[in-house]
Design a protein around this ligand. Structure first.
Ligand code: S3P
Length: 438
């Protein structure tokens, strides 16, 4: 029997209501495992994302000899082995769909001087890796990619790396983090300059683990040879997951949704800034600082949206939220223009092309450009769209049904489990008429 990948079937219309909590932040969950493993002492993590991506990172560290208990209801206990305590794994480390695992581990393993092979699924195996390899080579790392410069990555042990000062050509938190992690073992200082602000969870968490990171406006530096001290990590809800509910409430008349305990790090607030510029009614209340990360509540009430030219400075701050934002644009009055977002073409799918194709199925005109999309808002119809195995595309088109005239079927949605386990139940409970089909 041939099994087709699962699909979502979503009836049109409805209203989103309620007070919800979304699963833990993916970026912070990865980093909590990595720094906990490298620390001296025991790190207790709560709110850990039990999604396939962060679980891939957890499994990789187990394979390198780290004793990790859990996850159990978001609780993980990492018995740190210290910066010199990791063991080379006895076979390839498969990290599935997770770009963050692969790029950060490339830096970390090269720095630690361990022999390892990193492999991923079909999507990850075509994503660009030269962006991390080029600066790691400059530090003295020995890594062999495929002939195309992609995964699998074979990391060879060599001598200690040397710190470099690197000017990143692309605004990438993954590259910045890979270099800072490699820099933990490097001789001298490793500095990374970013062309625009990117998420700063690595820097914040390193500081929490007692590792000094010099922070200048667009530069982060650290000196190799230090040690990390275990500390508790409370992972806030993922604003990237909350984004689907924000957009859902913003496009469905009568909606009123509150998402509590969500991370409100300023380097992640692009989605809120952009939706507000489109006219959305969003209230945020910052309640406290959790492990150096601001956390609070986000309330979204329906109000009609207008198309805008998305400010280019918001692009890196909303980089994962464009699939959802394109749905907001599809339901807005007038034209929304995005430029300066070529990075979207090398995410889990080509998010410019795949979203444009799906919007076309729904009868929404979307013109692609090399680095963006021009969307003419209206009232989406219905039909069957293909997510191309991209979790965020699948969830974005599911939410689109709230503003659509007819039912939407989204194909190939299994990868929603990489970042948002329980999405269907949470969305259905809030008012989305969603069902899983095969
Ligand atoms: C991430 C950084 C971003 C983001 C990804 C997670 C991270 O990638 O798209 O989902 O955890 O550092 P880039 O740094 O490549 O933009």
């Amino acid at each position: 029997m041939i099994h087709s990948p699962p699909a979502f079937h979503v009836e049109p219309g409805g209203v989103l209501r309620g007070n919800l909590r979304v699963p833990g932040d993916k970026s912070i969950s990865h980093r909590a495992i990595m720094l906990g493993a490298l620390a001296d002492g025991v790190t207790h993590i709560s709110g850990f994302l039990e999604g396939e991506d962060s679980l891939a990172t957890l499994a990789a560290f187990r394979r390198m000899g780290v004793d990790i208990q859990g996850p159990e209801a978001g609780r993980v206990v990492v018995n740190g082995v210290g910066v010199d305590g990791l063991k080379a794994p006895d076979g390839p480390l498969y990290v599935g769909n997770s770009g963050t695992s692969m790029r950060l581990l490339a830096g970390l393993l090269a720095g630690a001087g361990l022999e390892a092979t990193l492999t991923g699924d079909a999507s990850l195996s075509v994503r660009p890796m030269k962006r991390v390899l080029t600066p790691l080579f400059a530090m003295g790392a020995r890594i062999e990619p495929s002939p195309e410069g992609t995964a699998p990555l074979h990391i060879r042990p060599g001598g200690a790396l040397t710190g470099i000062h690197y000017d990143m050509p692309v605004a990438s938190a993954q590259v910045k983090s890979a270099l800072l992690l490699a820099g933990l073992w490097a001789r001298g200082e490793t500095c990374v300059t970013e062309p625009a602000p990117t998420r700063d969870h690595t820097e914040r968490m390193l500081a929490g683990f007692g590792y000094e990171v010099r922070q200048e406006p667009s530069r982060r530096c650290l000196r190799g040879g230090g040690r990390l001290r275990a500390c508790p990590v409370e992972v806030p809800g993922d604003i990237s997951s909350a984004a689907f509910f924000m957009v859902g409430a913003a496009i469905a008349p009568g909606s009123d949704v509150t998402i509590r305990h969500v991370g409100l790090n300023p380097t992640r607030l692009g989605v809120i800034n952009i939706l507000r510029a489109m006219g959305a009614d969003i209230e945020t209340t910052e309640t406290r600082l959790v492990g150096g990360e601001p956390v609070g509540e986000v309330r979204v009430r329906y109000r009609p949206l207008q198309g805008i030219a998305i400010p280019v400075d918001q692009v890196p701050l909303a980089i994962d939220e464009f699939p959802a934002l394109f749905i907001a644009a599809a339901c807005a009055r007038g034209i929304t223009r995005l430029s300066g977002a070529a990075e979207l073409r090398v995410k889990e799918s080509d998010r410019i092309q795949v979203m444009a194709d799906g919007l076309a199925v729904l009868g929404i005109a979307a013109e692609t450009t090399p680095d963006g999309l021009i969307i003419e808002g209206g009232e989406p119809g219905g039909g069957t769209v293909d997510s191309h195995g991209d979790h965020r595309i699948a969830m974005a088109f599911a939410m689109a049904a709230l503003g659509a005239r007819e039912a939407i079927t989204v194909r190939d949605v299994a990868n929603v489990a990489t970042s948002f386990p329980g999405f269907v139940g949470l969305a259905a409970g809030a008012g989305l008429a969603i069902a899983e089909a095969s």
